[in-house]
Design a protein around this ligand. Structure first.
Ligand code: WT7
Length: 695
């Protein structure tokens, strides 16, 4: 979600600078032009408390701090009993024998259980009042709407499952999904779950090359895509992009194409024998065997792989985070229920894209396993105008909104007049995810969107954690703007120093998770050694999150951001090494270093320092070429905000690029702070700074 929003915001910003400057002066939003570092300071000093209203608490699933504390304690002291109680409404064909098995870094949960994840999300609702309730309320970008009840969603998933079975998809096969935000993306995911295939959704903003690499890493045999997706009035030609990838993906046997746009605006070709139109495929009568299997699906082992989702790490190669069945489902289910306080009467809207983990856990598996009604929106937040989100909330009567700080900051810039034009009184709960929310954005969200009456849940988690780890339960705990709150059930989390000893209250350190939890990533697809290395080797016996944090005297966590070589640009995770390896693959580039610079809107902006090969012109045209190269290698969202040319990069004597120094230069700090004694050639620094204006 976030990066798409960021892209849109940036385009808007670029087009209307004068208006933005005006807003900025009017709202005094960022306290004049205080640099980000000062705002972080203010963030750290923030300590206001916002308790839920007694009315909200009275109807909440968890109603008091004491109740939260006792449930949290129970979840750690006697997990087997706790989770047995909390999973009563999920469908297990065979109950588990052991709650967990743990041999670092490998965990198993609900050992011995057999289940079909899709049954908990679909079939179980057919015998209840949820049968005719909206499962997905879809709003297309052009304004078209479509509602699928649980009955209808189940029916569509069964049909698509049968079609996949007829294509020969077997349990454990990998299916890549390259789609936009349409119900068919969720249908495809659930159909994979139903037949035991492992899905891997590749965000529609990724380039053909990125799609190709993911398909090949997985050895996927089927690709599900669509003709095109609407994006701010334009069509993103997904099938055409997929066709480029498919030139170099030898394992793909079948491609299914859903027609969202129609051939007039999104023409595409079908390769005979390989490509199938979704509607035609489903119109075929499935074999009796496939239909029977789709209707009464097989139960799989609790540790059967459910999906792989690629995310960025500290090397150039993305990590294929693998999640399995029971533990993931249980955690997504329980966190959705309590964090969003889901009720049958809610219309819940998570603005994330299904291409990210938030879309997996909090559009598909979590809410649907609770029988919730979920809004799904296809397009941009500023199409046809900056009031689109508020228009959607009013039109459909959304009660819970879960979005990202980068989006909130964009809304602030666009002006209060947009939300004020709409009736937002249906809202009762707000959520935030993806990056630390600055108190100014929190306060605006609370006042202008929530009208001072909606609790805000700031939720900290990661692709690897699978589900929300830190938050404040909305009817039970007060929130503090900028703090991501307290541990969720089953989460044993701490801030520690380098050698693993606990930090004192308010002392900054590394955020680690001290024992395995049910929705934890099980491995990195095809690279178990990297799994251990990345997460379980930094400090003995604990999971290292890659984030820095402190915990205050109330036990509330304050996450300060990544402390590894990963950036968070507009709530999207970008590995510096990924950008660097993309850049050095360009024939003109000798060396590159990517760093983050604080940014008002995106949290962090991406700055790259590039040393060109001898004789290559360091000019504007080259910058444009390098940006296009990133578009091609990764996707438009990873485009650097700034490209700087350098004769050489600052290095230590052992040849390591000194990123810390580059970061300081990128953020415009004039003096070099810290130790530079290991810097190989000090003149390099002076030259880099002198190059500042040339950009
Ligand atoms: C990283 C994980 C969680 C789903 C979306 C991102 C940052 C995420 C928060 C928050 C402060 C946050 C962390 C984390 N992050 N939520 N509420 N407060 N930081 O998933 O792409 O795996 O990124 O996002 O740095 O490590 P992801």
């Amino acid at each position: 979600m976030t990066l798409r929003i960021a892209r849109d915001v940036l385009l808007l910003v670029a087009k209307r600078p004068s208006r933005l400057v005006k807003w900025r002066l009017q709202t005094n939003l960022f306290r004049g032009r205080a640099p980000m570092s000062d705002r972080i300071e203010s963030h750290l000093k923030e300590d206001r408390r916002f308790p839920p209203s007694s009315e909200f608490s009275a109807h909440a699933r968890i109603r008091s701090h004491a109740e939260y504390t006792s449930r949290h304690a129970a979840s750690l002291e006697d997990p087997a009993t706790f989770w047995r109680e909390e999973t009563q409404d999920l469908v297990f064909r065979e109950p588990w024998k052991t709650f967990s098995e743990w041999e670092l870094p490998h965990a198993k949960f609900f050992v011995g259980a057999k289940l079909n994840v899709s049954e908990s999300c679909l079939d179980r609702h057919l015998a209840t009042s949820a049968r005719n309730r909206a499962a997905i309320v879809f709003e297309g970008e052009p304004g078209d709407t479509r509602t699928l009840t649980y009955f209808e969603l189940h029916r569509e998933v069964v049909r698509f499952s049968a079609a996949l079975l007829d294509l020969g998809v077997l349990p454990g096969d990998r299916v890549a999904i390259y789609m936009g935000m349409i119900p068919e993306a969720a249908i495809a995911m659930l159909a994979c779950a139903r037949i035991g295939a492992t899905h891997s959704v590749v965000f529609g903003g990724f380039s053909a090359d990125a799609l190709r690499d993911r398909i090949n890493d997985l050895g996927a045999t089927v690709l599900v895509t669509q003709d095109g997706a609407w994006r701010r009035g334009n069509v993103v030609p997904l099938k055409q992009m997929a066709d480029k990838a498919l030139l170099e993906t030898p394992t793909i046997r079948h491609v299914v194409v859903y027609e969202r746009i129609g051939t007039k605006l999104a023409p595409f070709s079908l390769k005979e024998g390989r490509d199938h139109q979704w509607d035609m495929l489903l119109a075929r009568t499935p074999s009796a065997e496939s239909l029977a299997k789709a209707k009464g699906p097989e139960a799989f082992d609790s540790e059967h792989p459910l999906f792989v989702l690629y995310t960025s790490g500290s090397t150039g190669k993305p990590k294929g985070v693998l999640h399995t069945s029971a533990g993931y489902l249980v955690s997504a289910h329980v966190t959705s229920k309590y964090v969003f306080d889901l009720k049958d009467s809610d219309l819940y809207w998570c603005t994330a894209d299904v291409g990210w983990v938030t879309g997996h856990s909090y559009i598909v598996y979590g809410p649907l396993s609770n029988g919730a009604s979920c809004l799904m929106y296809e397009g941009a937040p500023n199409f046809p105008d900056a009031g689109r989100f508020w228009n959607i909330i009013e039109k459909h009567g959304v009660t819970i909104l879960y979005t990202a700080p980068t989006a909130i900051r964009a809304f602030i810039r666009w002006g209060d007049e947009w939300p004020e034009k709409h009736d937002l009184s249906s809202l009762r709960l707000l959520g935030s995810v993806g990056e630390p929310i600055n108190p100014e954005a929190w306060t605006w969200y609370h006042r202008v969107v929530g009208k001072g009456k909606c609790p805000i849940v700031d939720t900290w988690w990661q692709t690897e954690t699978g589900s929300i780890m830190l938050t404040t339960l909305p009817g039970a705990c007060f929130s503090k703007p900028g703090s991501t709150g307290l541990p969720m059930f089953g989460v044993d989390i701490e801030v520690v120093k380098d050698r693993g000893e606990a930090c004192a209250p308010n002392e900054g350190g590394k955020l680690v998770i001290k024992r395995p939890w049910p929705s934890m990533a099980r491995t990195l697809y095809g690279d178990d050694a990297r799994f251990k290395e990345s997460y379980w080797s930094q400090m003995p016996g604990v999971y290292f999150t890659g984030d820095g944090a402190r915990r205050d005297e109330d036990g509330y966590f304050w996450v300060t951001g990544r402390i590894d070589d990963v950036l968070n640009v507009a709530g999207h995770r970008i590995g510096t090494a990924e950008i660097e390896s993309a850049l050095v693959s360009h024939p003109s580039v000798a060396e590159a270093a990517a760093v983050g610079r604080p940014d008002d809107l995106k949290g962090q902006a991406l700055v790259v320092f590039v040393t060109l090969k001898t004789g290559q012109p360091a000019d504007k045209a080259m910058k444009a070429k390098l940006a296009e190269h990133i578009d091609r290698e990764i996707g438009k969202f990873a485009r650097p905000d700034e490209v700087r040319f350098a004769d050489a990069l600052p290095k230590t004597r052992s040849g390591k690029i000194m990123r810390r120094l580059l970061k300081e230069i990128a953020s415009g700090s004039l003096e070099t702070k810290g130790d530079t004694s290991t810097l190989e050639d000090l003149s390099v620094l002076a030259k880099l700074r002198a190059n500042d204006d040339e950009a």
